[in-house]
Every structure is written in C-alpha cells, then in structure tokens.
Design a protein around this ligand. Structure first.
Ligand SMILES: [Zn+2]
Ligand SMILES: [Zn+2]
Length: 166
C-alpha cells in the first residue's frame, strides 16, 4: 500500500504516496501501539543526492493509551511530520533506512511504523489535574478519596494505631 514504484519515481522525479493503515493491520503487531481508527499517511517520495530516496510527509491517527497516573484509557491524537531517508547502505533508525526495494517497489510502511514508535509520547495523562491511584489501596483518587491518604497525612492516626496494637 505504501509503496513507491522506483521506475515511476525515476521518470517523474517525485511521487505522492498516500495510504490508510487500519487499526488491526499486521504492521502494528510487534509494537505496543493500539489505534482507535485508521492511521492516515501522506508522503511524497523523491530522489536526492546520489540515489537516495527521501520520503517526507505526515502521519496521523488516534491512539488508545493509558493515563500514566490513574491507568484509565485515554484517546490521544497523534500527528507527526516525518522525514525518512533511504540509503543503499543505511542503518535502521534515526530517520535513515536501508534502500532495499523488492523488485522495483520500495515499501515505506516499516519505516513509517518505526517513526511512529519513536514519536509516540508514552507518558500521557487523562487530564492535567489527574490525582492518580492511591499507592496503597489502588483507589482511583479522581473518583473518591480513600482512608489511606488521611492516614499518611495525619500523624495522630499513627499514634492511635500504635496504641491499638499494644
Ligand atoms: Zn488519569
Ligand atoms: Zn488508599
């Protein structure tokens, strides 16, 4: 789907590569990424320098993530500009990829996945003022305040507890 025909690229100088990758596409299988809909990819591939292929454009979708404080599901909008450079003897990562066409076609989807994985912010919160979970009983403190919080804050309770246990 996200393939560049290198013959066409040679003739036309630059080629638009646009596609939609579904949330259940095999591409995401080995990542932690979960999408709540399609991922839209809009790239333009062109030749640069000595035989390098550059693909530049944008990737956008809605991610299903988890609030890092209260662990509730959060949907976050992901939108990122990407630039991928394919070099004959390129290393993977850092925006540089190996130029290894299959036949006359260069598949961009692996690099797109790589760029997304690097760009996703894993530390999202459901709201800036999220109070998180109680570290002792696990209560979601956004819903209700548990008794542990009172225990910790008020030293008188500690004294009472000690008296009780004697
Ligand atoms: Zn939260
Ligand atoms: Zn608690």
């Amino acid at each position: 789907m996200l393939r560049v025909d290198l013959g066409q690229l040679d003739r036309e100088g630059s080629v638009a590569v646009e596609g939609v990758i579904g949330a259940d596409d095999d591409l995401w299988r080995e990542t932690d990424l979960e999408w709540s809909g399609d991922v839209n990819v809009r790239l333009r591939a062109s030749f640069a320098g000595t035989g390098e292929v550059v693909a530049r454009g944008s990737v956008a979708g809605v991610l299903k993530q988890e609030c890092r404080r209260c662990l509730q599901p959060v949907e976050t909008h992901f939108a990122e500009d990407v630039t991928m450079v394919y070099v004959a003897d390129g290393d993977e990562g850092g925006g540089e990829y190996a130029l290894e066409p299959v036949g006359d076609a260069l598949d961009l989807s692996g690099a797109v996945r790589e760029e997304i994985v690097l760009a996703v912010n894993p530390f999202v919160v459901c709201k800036p003022e999220c109070k998180g979970l109680c570290p002792r009983c696990g209560q979601n403190l956004n819903d209700e305040v548990c008794d542990c919080a009172v225990d910790e804050a008020d030293p008188r309770w500690a004294v009472l507890r000690e008296l009780k246990s004697e």
